[in-house]
Design a protein around this ligand. Sequence first.
Ligand code: FAD
Length: 364
Amino acid sequence: MNISISPFFIAIFEGMRNADYVIVGQGIAGTMLSWFLLQAGKKVIVIDDAKPNSASRVAAGIINPVSGRRFEPAWMYDTIYPFAKTTYEQLSALLQVPVFTERELWTVFPSMQMREAFLNKTNGNEYTQLPADLKYTAFLDQPYGAAIVRGATVNLRSLLPAYRRYLQDRDALVETHLDIARLEIRENGVIYGDISATKIIFCDGAGTIGLPFFKEIKFLPNKGEVLLVKIPGLETGDIIKKGITLVPQDNGLFWAGSSFVWDYEDDHPTLKQREILEKSLAQLLKVPYEIVDQLAAVRPSGNDRRPIAGFHPGLPPVGLFNGLGTKGCSLAPFMAAHFRDALVANAPLMQEIDLKRYFNTHRA
Ligand SMILES: Cc1cc2nc3c(=O)[nH]c(=O)nc-3n(C[C@H](O)[C@H](O)[C@H](O)COP(=O)(O)OP(=O)(O)OC[C@H]3O[C@@H](n4cnc5c(N)ncnc54)[C@H](O)[C@@H]3O)c2cc1C
């Protein structure tokens, strides 16, 4: 007779650490998913290797209601934005760090056609307006004018370490690189070293692409590079955008980025992208600036630009929360809470984000 022993009982017998969920990765995806699962009373252990150039550690944290060069309204924005704002404000109060700042995006038109396209697309939109007067005239080259877009930033550089300490205080963080060869997957759970859990959910960003489980998913990862710059005399809380985007940082520097590269050798900064970013800065700024640093990371995107959540159809304990693409900060809170509802209350997952779309086995 074949008796399957639950990893939970193995844990009790062998003095292992037991959890309902192991979350691999503490970027914005793992942070949000673990937070909502903890809120639901679940026992969670997060394993994270603190990769310095993960997407969440390099991102500017911009939340923008307008998407891409065609100024399309961002997907589900009216639902996800208020949810994100509330979640980040709650975390800010709990962790006692600044997390969420509503900001105007001073959007400089690069040409008359782009100005017209913007006005056509955003006419009557509650998030955009034309300014009465041009600002920043001493600093910016803006012959075709500018618009104001109301968005926000998430301070990932304060949120991620503060939430990490929160997990550490609850003995819910293991700082190590999860070696997939050491993961034991059983019918009703997983075992990794001295940890046993009912489910494991990968929130490992671009790391998922190297896993053996999710080869069916069509990832379109792309690399982004960024400069950190000093712009003497420019003081603002606004985001400034024209091809390149300037985001004010706590230390008086500006985050200036970012590039999109589909074909790349590794995830490190390159001279080529530095030159491209500098060219964009030269087209925007009338004043000198100084480069202080250069960063690079890979954005984990799926081919349909929608988040990816759910469990592997053939390996029920193995799940994924990924595919946040260019919009991790706006999407992660709502999508993590939605996934949590599917996990703890058996609520249906939106088909658009269900990972089963890649396995051709949609839920009925
Ligand atoms: C240059 C750039 C600029 C961006 N700007 C913005 C922006 O302004 N606004 C916005 O919303 N989004 C932005 N993004 C996109 C955003 O960064 C991503 O959508 C988001 O960070 C993805 O988060 P994630 O948690 O899925 O992945 P990640 O942030 O990559 O997190 C994965 C985590 O898993 C850990 N990990 C990986 N493998 C393992 C393993 N085997 N064992 C243990 N730990 C592991 C890593 O250390 C990391 O902490 C930008 C991205 C880039 C690259």
